[in-house]
Structures are given as structure tokens and as C-alpha cells.
Design a protein around this ligand. Structure first.
Ligand SMILES: [Ca+2]
Length: 276
């Protein structure tokens, strides 16, 4: 509440609802980005308001320490110290989440994945997960989510580089945004020791992609089909990329020596925006 409204409210000159309305009038002009975002993003708590298609998993039905059901833990190519488990002490919803102890170096990677059979990825589909971690994204490249692209038989990866979030296409190592200072500045870090809502939309028919963090679009993490220097210029140099995504994995892969501990919860995919 701005000082004027607070003062009027405290003096009894404005009832609380009127003061709130004044606050909105002063700080939320119609058509502002904040107003548009709140209109676009449905409120969601855990899996309560997930859509009717796709899936949402809050991990509450997991009964053991090893992920089961739709989830399979694995370490492609080689394995080491990375581990995945169901954690009953840290959760975004309910009492359970998925915990990743991510080791440094490629062969200490670990992922927990699910097929994307529930959702049509040939057109637009949406994904949302809650993530919490202990260590700021490092300078070196890391991945904490990946999807298998059957068209390229390679992964589409989400992670970090230069301390900010990034997408990476394994087939040609293109990054989104470009890793120039201007590009990195149009992404953002992933906060530590708090839950962060990550949403993305991918259109398999156009290769377009958008990303939101805590409900806010991240301009550097978007492909719109028109090459933009520092953002999707490098990405679009590969013509005709139309991902055919068959699974969703969360975990940790470190191409330098960086380690992290991460928790994932309320992982959802669907044909419409799920919200946070
Ligand atoms: Ca949970």
C-alpha cells in the first residue's frame, strides 16, 4: 500500500477495501505487464488446478525412497556419485518431493524421467515444475531438466551457464540466450533455498519456445522465429528445428565440476498453461 493510501486508511478516512482499490489504481494501470500476467496465469497450488489433460505429479503417492510409478531414475552413458530419491522432509506441496544430489563432472549425472505420452507434443504444450536448490548456477554449463528430441535423437536441455538460466540444444550446442553479456543479462539466476516456479511452452510445429519464472516471462529464454541478436540468433541458425519431444527428465548434469542439491515438486504438463 503506498504511503498516501496507508495514511488515509490509518486515519479511518478510507476503509480497507477503498485503500486497496486506491493502491491498485495507483500502481496497476490497466494493460500493464503485471495485469496481463495475472490474467494469463491461472493460480495453482500443487496439482489442485492442473489441467484435465497431461499429468501433474506432486510425488505424494510415492511410497519408497526410490522414484517409481511413472518415474524412472537413470544416468545415460555413465554414472557416478549423483543420486535421486523421494524426500519426505522437503516439499512444495504436501510432504514429499524429488531430491537430486548432483555431482560434478559429466559421469556424475543423474536424471529422473517420465514419458510424455500424456500430452501431444507435436503442437503447443506446456510444462511447469517447482524447483529448489542450494547452490547458485555456476559459470560453467549445467543441466537440470532435459527432454529427448526423437527427431534429432538428442536432448533439449534446460539449465544454466554464466550464472543464469539457459536452454541448450545438444545437437549443435546452440544456447538460448546467446552467452554474450547482453544475452545473459536477458536471462536471470535461479534463486537458492527457495521454491521457484518454472514454466515453459514449446510448439513442436513451429519450434517456438517461451519460458516463465515465478509467472514472469524471461525475454532471453524465448524463440519466436525471428532471429534476435543476443537471444535466439544462434538458435535459429539451424533451420527447421521442430522438436519431437518424448520424455521429460529432471536431475543434474554438470559439464564442469559443479555440484548442486535440488528438489523438484508439482511437475505438470498439459495442452494449456498450468500456472504456478
Ligand atoms: Ca509434493
Amino acid at each position: 500500500m503506498p504511503p498516501t493510501a496507508r495514511l488515509l486508511s490509518r486515519r479511518g478516512l478510507l476503509a480497507a477495501p477503498a485503500a486497496a482499490a486506491l493502491t491498485l489504481a495507483l500502481f496497476s494501470p490497466a494493460g500493464s505487464p503485471a495485469a496481463a500476467e495475472s490474467a494469463d496465469a491461472p493460480a495453482a497450488a500443487g496439482c489442485a488446478t492442473a489441467g484435465t489433460d497431461g499429468f501433474c505429479d506432486d510425488f505424494e503417492s510415492q511410497t519408497g525412497s526410490q522414484p517409481s510409478g511413472r518415474w524412472t531414475a537413470g544416468a545415460p552413458n555413465c554414472s557416478g556419485t549423483g543420486t535421486a530419491s523421494v524426500d519426505s522432509s522437503v516439499a512444495h506441496s504436501g510432504g514429499k518431493s524429488l531430491r537430486i544430489n548432483g555431482g560434478g563432472g559429466y559421469c556424475n549425472h543423474i536424471f529422473v524421467g517420465t514419458p510424455l505420452d500424456d500430452v501431444d507434443t507435436s503442437g503447443t504444450f506446456w510444462a511447469r515444475f517447482q524447483v529448489r536448490h542450494t547452490t547458485p548456477l555456476p559459470a560453467a554449463h549445467v543441466t537440470f531438466a532435459a527432454m529427448h528430441d526423437a527427431g534429432e535423437n538428442k536432448d533439449l536441455r534446460m539449465g544454466g551457464q554464466n550464472s543464469a538460466l539457459q536452454w541448450n540444444r545438444e545437437s549443435d550446442d546452440a544456447t538460448l540466450p546467446e552467452q554474450s553479456p547482453n544475452g545473459v543479462a536477458m536471462s536471470r539466476p535461479l534463486p537458492v533455498n527457495t521454491w521457484t516456479c518454472v514454466e515453459f511452452r514449446i510448439d513442436g510445429s513451429t519450434g517456438h519456445l517461451e519460458t516463465w519464472v515465478d509467472g514472469e516471462a524471461v525475454p532471453g529464454l524465448a524463440v519466436d522465429g525471428t532471429p534476435t541478436h543476443d537471444i535466439d540468433g544462434q538458435w535459429l541458425r539451424k533451420p527447421g528445428w521442430r522438436p519431437s519431444l518424448t520424455d521429460l527428465r529432471v536431475g543434474w548434469e554438470s559439464y564442469g565440476g559443479d555440484t548442486d542439491t535440488l528438489w523438484f515438486d508439482d511437475v505438470a504438463v498439459g495442452s494449456s498453461r498450468i500456472g504456478c
